[in-house]
Design a protein around this ligand. Sequence first.
Ligand SMILES: *Cc1c(COP(=O)(O)O)cnc(C)c1O
Length: 363
Amino acid sequence: MIAELREIAGRLGDVPAYVYDLAALDAHAARIREATRGIEVYYAVKANPDPAILRTLAPYVDGFEVSSGGEFDHVSALFPGKRLAFGGPGKTASDLTRKPYRFHVESPRELDLLESADVLLRVNLRTEVEGAALAMSGPFGMDPAMVDECRTRLGSGNIRVRGIHAHLASGLDAPALISLAKTIADHAHEGEEVCVGGGMAVDYTDPANIFDWTTYGEGLRGLDRDILRIEPGRAMTAYCGWYLTKVLDVKRVHGELFAILTGGTHHLRTPVTKGHDQPFTVFTPGGQGALRRPGEGSGHDEEITLVGQLCTPKDVFARRVGATLRPGDVVAFAMAGAYAYNISHHDFLMHPKPEFHYVSGMP
Ligand SMILES: *Cc1c(COP(=O)(O)O)cnc(C)c1O
């Protein structure tokens, strides 16, 4: 992969590029599938709905989790007949006319508006989720009393409650997610399906520190439910994406060293939303590139802040990290495959859109 990245970096012009390593994604998904055998895996499409990514994942997942009518239509057109779970707060009447394999019902009103459906009731549990990057508290789903209300007001025979669903936090390690899954499963009735959501941790400070899928799979199988389902998003696709941009300028302003790069966080919003330094590797023209993490300078590196072309001080990829950069160098930001391009505000400032390259490492 590094060879292919270097080759694309070598001919990068003034327009940044995304590179998706589909071979790496394929291998990663195969490992997840093996570690979670016996558990149903639905990929959470909102992490990255790129068709090439979905096609690579499709053989390894039991279905897709979609969170809008748009995602539902996108995925059903690509994979007719594939099982879809339709979740998300704030479904419109038109959303509720669609026919997914499962609807994740978020309120009694949604249930009333549905005509015929197989549903999971989304439960919002007030558990302390220690170490979570993002606790999904707030309006999502229903408290246990509301879930009970849903169960009792099911008059018509056309709505079948198949089980419960929860997605309570993100950024958790395997032991924390297993204990959360136990808590969620305790709220399901005998024989019901249990979907415990996504939220598997992705460590942006250490790309090699991968979520422990083996422990997670074992722990989930240990819960001994008939149908247990997970919905990973970030931890499936974060690693396969790279965002390549070129250094335009390097300058010191009031003592702080900046590198100004082509593109910006309107292409790669992840460091802004997560408040982190995006890991990167540097390709110098004709030189070698090696993955270097923020803060891991060579000893000779100075602290430098990597920014984009946007006219806002928030357009920062990485802050005061150790690196030596010169105009013409190409910076390849790693871990740009989830909640990256698709959550970014591409039209701000009318800079050109990036190019997309799909590499498979195969001829
Ligand atoms: C976003 C979301 C997911 C995926 O979460 P990740 O943190 O990307 O794994 C799964 N289920 C639901 C309901 C979600 O909203």
